[in-house]
Design a protein around this ligand. Structure first.
Ligand code: BMP
Length: 207
């Protein structure tokens, strides 16, 4: 059975990142990288990691369509599996990203406490825009089960990716039970003394 774990390898030590990716790449659905990794290792790290796993670029793009297009062009030759953006900037930017052909994942609800102040209150509009743009998936926090369940019930064709599991308090099993297709796990994997066992433990917890 295919793993439903996305390993969020927010590492800035390139050697460690490549070694860990080689070890766990085939045991997870994908590897997600964020700005700390891109800024330390450069964009070529996307292509390098692609030989071990699918790579999701967590750029949380939030800009005008032209800038989004310019950024997407910069990584098009690196074989990214998907890219994460913020749909709150509007459907024009979202559609521009989708039109580049890179699978687009829109942030609908975040896992940090402060997300309840503004962003998470607007999940319905954000979800509707992401659906309308023909995107591939959404980010919906895996440590807020009530919200996750509600969002997932309206996801239609979209894949639900849920961060907030492990270090931020969410449970993998509860997250999947409440509608996640994939859980995003960072520190609980890369800070573990035995990442392989940790992944096995999460995989069996999910099943
Ligand atoms: P960790 O499991 O170590 O908390 O890492 C979670 C990862 O998911 C980080 O890369 C973070 O930027 C990202 N993330 C998150 O934690 N909450 C969200 O709502 C959206 C995210 O992309």
């Amino acid at each position: 059975m295919e793993s439903r774990i996305v390993a969020s390898l927010d590492l800035t030590d390139k050697e460690k990142l490549l070694a860990l990716s080689e070890t766990i790449g085939k045991q997870v659905f994908a590897i997600k990288i964020n700005w700390p990794t891109i800024l330390s290792a450069g964009k070529s790290i996307i292509g390098e990691l692609s030989s071990y796993s699918k790579v999701i670029c967590d750029f949380k793009l939030a800009d005008i369509p032209n800038t989004i297009k310019l950024i997407a062009k910069q990584i098009a030759d690196q074989d990214p599996y998907a890219i994460i953006c913020h749909p709150f900037v509007g459907s024009d930017s979202l559609k521009e990203l989708v039109s580049t052909g890179i699978r687009t994942i829109g942030v609908v609800a975040m896992s940090n406490d402060g997300a309840s102040e503004h962003l998470n209150k607007h999940w319905k509009e954000l979800l509707s825009d992401v659906k309308g743009a023909g995107a591939y998936g959404i980010i919906a926090a895996g440590n807020n089960y009530t919200l996750l369940k509600e969002i997932s019930s309206q996801k239609e064709h979209l894949k639900v990716f849920s961060p907030g599991v492990g270090a931020q308090g969410g449970s993998a099993a509860e997250s999947i039970k409440n509608g996640s297709d994939y859980i995003i796990v960072g520190r609980a994997i890369y800070d573990s003394a035995d990442p392989v066992s940790e992944i096995k433990k999460i995989n069996s917890e999910i099943q």
